[in-house]
Design a protein. Structure first.
Length: 255
């Protein structure tokens, strides 16, 4: 069942919950929401021990998209979900991990936090300007292609493969306008050291053992900046971490 939390600016944020036990909020990364992304599978695996909350980030699925966008509004969205859930553990994947870290740095209350590969990998060009240009032109397909190849570093044929899965590609197109949101949230794709040094929440920083060198460095950089953070590498994993590998690490840390 879809429930709604109201963010500070009045935006309705859609969420759902499953399971029983302490509250755990999961935060998706770019191009993901409740109906397309890893959070629901993770929630299913953890529902035996936690009341797991998953939600549609601003501009996705059933959530609103009050303008103008600002990363601070997304922090307020997450705070609204946490307020609805009560005292919570919080976990974010990819840019969702960056959002969790920003929320913790801003003082949003949480018991513990975990992240998987927040992509602070630097940037070779002005990603944000190009994304905004493509969205303004109505070129959602082009924005997806640009994200998958130039930004993420995927092979040239990845967008072609996605077009062979029309149902999935339609879902991606529907939320393509949020790609600039993630890019703005990541603020130049460099770790905001001064902000993250203020985090006072126990933190688990996860990365994949088969990640690209720039991603492995990003994971180490985050762990080095967050006070007292625990760094753990999941061997054999890439940015698309397997649920069966991720879940035991979360269980161990959050219990």
């Amino acid at each position: 069942m879809t429930l709604f939390a109201t963010s500070k600016d009045g935006t309705r944020i859609a969420y759902e919950k499953t399971g029983s036990g302490p509250a755990l909020v999961l935060v998706e990364g770019a191009m993901c929401y409740r109906e397309f992304g890893p959070a629901r599978d993770v929630a299913t695996e953890l529902a035996d021990a936690y009341t797991v909350y998953i939600y549609d980030r601003r501009g996705r699925g059933e959530s609103g998209d009050t303008q103008p966008y600002a990363p601070a509004r997304e922090v307020e969205d997450l705070a609204a979900v946490i307020e609805a859930a009560g005292e919570s553990f919080v976990m974010g994947q990819s840019s969702g991990g960056a959002l969790v870290l920003e929320a913790a740095a801003a003082g949003v209350p949480m018991r513990k936090l975990a992240t998987y590969e927040a992509p602070y990998i630097g940037q070779a060009e002005d990603f944000l300007a190009r994304e905004k240009q493509l969205i303004a032109e109505g070129n959602r397909k082009g924005a997806i292609d640009y994200f998958m190849t130039t930004m993420v570093g995927g092979p040239w044929f990845m967008p072609l493969m996605m077009r062979l899965m029309p149902k999935i590609f339609r879902k991606l197109q529907a939320i393509a306008h949020t790609l600039p949101y993630d890019t703005e949230l990541l603020d130049g794709f460099t770790v905001p050291r001064d902000r993250f040094a203020k985090i006072a929440v126990p933190a688990l920083v996860l990365g994949g053992g088969k990640g690209k060198p720039n991603m492995q460095k990003a994971v180490r950089d985050v762990a080095a900046v967050v006070p007292g953070a625990t760094l753990r590498i999941l061997e054999g994993q890439t940015h698309q971490v397997k649920t069966a590998v991720l879940v035991p690490a979360l269980r161990e840390f959050f219990r």
